[in-house]
Design a protein around this ligand. Structure first.
Ligand code: SAH
Length: 265
């Protein structure tokens, strides 16, 4: 968005290149550099998208933004590309965390995907007394977030934290970060609360079985906590997570002043 850049770096990062394959690469991208894509990306580009030498692809690295690159050596396991043009910087992201208890495979994958689409800065799996999932595949969750970012044009990925016990999460809570506690037993009016809770903030969602009374008391005891109700219906945990993030983004995250004041890069 800075002056003097070509049009491609402004409003829509996809402008003029919308049919171009778009891939996340876990490497530092810089002008003129040549990189070799890992096997899954190489397979996708050459076998699925049938791209050949000279074709253009778009790459982003979650650090420097988005780039146009040209395929130099197509290969199904190790395709080489050369970086041609910086299309735009990494997007700024409101500093919102989603802290949610792990759910069954499929449901938690869906939450990770939607959290990425809706623009959370960090996804924190929280282990609670009624969490029934004992193993969480972080690589798989990250893959879902990468795919979501590739598809929806994001140039930033949510950070993915190691699973943390609720007690430890609360004990290490950052003083400046508001904790929006989705309490299925009732809380303050959602819209009014969220409008007054700009970033940095976090949303806390329980597992299918909800929070125990002790957990609820511990969360509410934190001075940063604002307990909210998501309405008169009990939502599934996955629905609750996505609904709360969407409403926060609408009420607080996309208010220009708070976005500008509290962005993570
Ligand atoms: N089994 C519980 C419901 C758990 S719902 C019961 O029957 O009471 C899973 C999580 O989604 C909850 O811990 C809470 O964080 C969130 N949630 C669901 N519905 C909600 C609502 N109406 N208000 C606030 N949070 C809600």
């Amino acid at each position: 968005m800075s002056e003097g850049k070509p049009d491609l770096s402004t409003a829509a990062p996809t402008a003029g290149l919308s049919t171009t394959p778009r891939l996340f690469v876990d490497a530092d991208l810089s002008a003129g550099g040549e990189i070799t894509l890992p096997p899954p990306a190489s397979h996708y580009l050459t076998q699925v998208m049938r791209r050949a030498a000279g074709d253009v692809v778009r790459l982003f690295d979650d650090r420097s933004g988005e780039w146009a690159a040209t395929v130099t050596v197509p290969h199904r396991k190790a395709t080489a590309v050369r970086l041609m043009q910086h299309l735009g910087p990494r997007e700024a992201v409101p500093d919102l965390w989603l802290c949610a208890a792990p759910l069954k495979r499929g449901r938690i994958d869906w939450v990770a995907e939607k959290a990425c689409e809706l623009g959370v800065a960090r996804f924190v799996p929280v282990l609670t007394a009624r969490t029934v999932i004992d193993k969480l595949n972080l690589d798989r969750l990250r893959a879902h977030m990468v795919e979501a970012a590739e598809q929806c044009g994001r140039t930033a990925l949510p950070a993915l934290a190691e699973p943390v016990a609720l007690g430890a999460l609360l004990a290490a809570w950052q003083p400046e970060r508001a904790l929006i506690f989705a309490d299925e037993t009732g809380g303050a009016l959602l819209a009014a609360t969220l409008a007054g809770v700009p970033a940095p903030a976090a949303i806390l969602i329980g597992p299918e079985g909800g929070f125990t009374p002790d957990e609820r008391a511990a969360v509410r005891a934190l001075p940063q906590t604002a307990a909210v109700s998501l309405g008169p219906r009990i939502l599934r945990a996955d629905t609750a997570a996505v609904a709360a993030v969407a409403v926060w983004q609408a009420m607080a995250g996309q208010v220009e002043a708070s976005v500008n004041a509290n962005l993570t890069e």
